[in-house]
Design a protein around this ligand. Structure first.
Ligand code: 3EB
Length: 327
């Protein structure tokens, strides 16, 4: 089920595409039949500002739309996309519209997964507008964290330990957008010995901790997938190298390397190398992109697949975040 270019995918049969993502701000043209997460963030180093990524599978997919989620299912694996407009949620004095939308999105995801009997959430991609904006005294990322954790607890999934790999990024505008991959088998959660687990972050980072693991290892028949969460310049629970984009690059990649080492300790068969992963790198300030690219090329070589995206990172002092995948 490799990532493939769009022409390949269509040649291979559009019913054999599980779903995908569209990055960049160029106008999309015709919408494909599969669920697509539209990430309206500029691509860096790609003048046409347009990229379609897809998940292809070996057999025809089943498709559906329920709980406002567009999804496709290939055997015991499901990919879905949900978008919720915050304007559709009424804030109360204690619950912001974003918190309510976040909780509702995850409730719907959990209901769908229960109905499909594929309860294990492996990887989640979260995008929201104005992630660092403080509204009514609380940063919007922290509002999102409350709603997300509430839904995990409400559905008795627990909010520590066995939680999905994830990323959470800020975009300029648009609905809360969440894509997810789930299946019948539990993923093996992977943590990073250099970092406090995000679900154990102290309260100085918000009233509720983020609900994600540093990576998730998934075993499918004849295949392993490693999803590495958004990884930043955090050691312990603190941001290191503020205002130093090269320092943050090196530290983030050291964290990715530590997660990969943990994954290799836990993996059944594959040993992953840093140069075998495919990467997505989020850069807060577009003007930092050339230096980020040069620094990463010096560390992992320039033959590695890296997609660069301009987006806001969930802590105001983080300048970049690196996520990666191997399948
Ligand atoms: C961090 O390590 C950086 O809230 O889902 C990375 C990956 C981060 C996922 C999330 C946040 C999330 O805390 C931020």
């Amino acid at each position: 089920m490799p990532l493939a270019d769009l022409p390949d995918a269509v040649a291979g049969g559009a019913d054999r595409v599980l779903g995908g993502a569209r990055l960049g701000q160029a106008s999309p043209g015709l919408a494909p039949g599969w669920p697509v997460q539209a990430i309206a963030a500029p691509l860096l180093g790609k003048p046409d500002d347009s990229l379609q990524e897809i998940w292809r599978c070996d057999a025809a997919c089943a498709a559906g739309e329920s709980e406002g989620i567009r999804w496709r299912r290939a055997g015991n694996l499901l990919y879905g996309v949900i978008e919720l407009a915050e304007a559709d949620f009424s804030p109360t004095p204690v619950v912001s519209a974003l918190q309510a939308a976040s909780a509702e999105a995850y409730r719907r995801i959990f209901r769908l997964l229960d109905a499909q009997r594929l309860p294990n959430l492996w990887r989640v991609w979260n995008y929201l507008a104005g992630i660092n904006q403080e509204v009514d005294g609380l940063e919007r990322y922290r509002q999102f964290n409350i709603g997300r954790q509430d839904a995990f607890l409400e559905f008795r999934r627990g909010a520590t330990g066995n939680v999905p790999a994830a990323c959470a990024l800020g975009v300029a505008e648009g609905p809360l957008s969440i894509a997810f991959m789930a299946g019948d088998t539990p993923a093996v959660p992977v943590e990073n010995p250099r970092q406090v687990s995000a679900y154990n972050y102290p309260a100085e980072y918000g009233p509720r901790s983020p609900t994600f693991s540093r990576a998730a290892l998934v075993y499918l028949p004849g295949q392993e997938i490693l999803f590495i969460s958004g990884t930043a310049s955090i050691v312990g629970h603190r941001t290191v190298h503020p205002d130093d984009v090269v320092g943050q690059c090196r530290e983030s990649l050291a964290n990715v390397a530590a997660v990969v080492a943990e994954a290799n300790r836990l993996a059944r068969t594959t040993a992953y190398g840093l140069d075998e992963l495919s990467y997505r790198v989020y850069v807060r300030q577009a003007e930092d992109f050339p230096l980020v690219r040069e620094t990463l090329a010096g560390l992992i070589g320039d033959t590695v697949e890296i997609v660069y995206v301009q987006a806001d990172i969930c802590r105001h002092d983080l300048l970049l975040e690196i996520e990666a995948m191997a399948s």
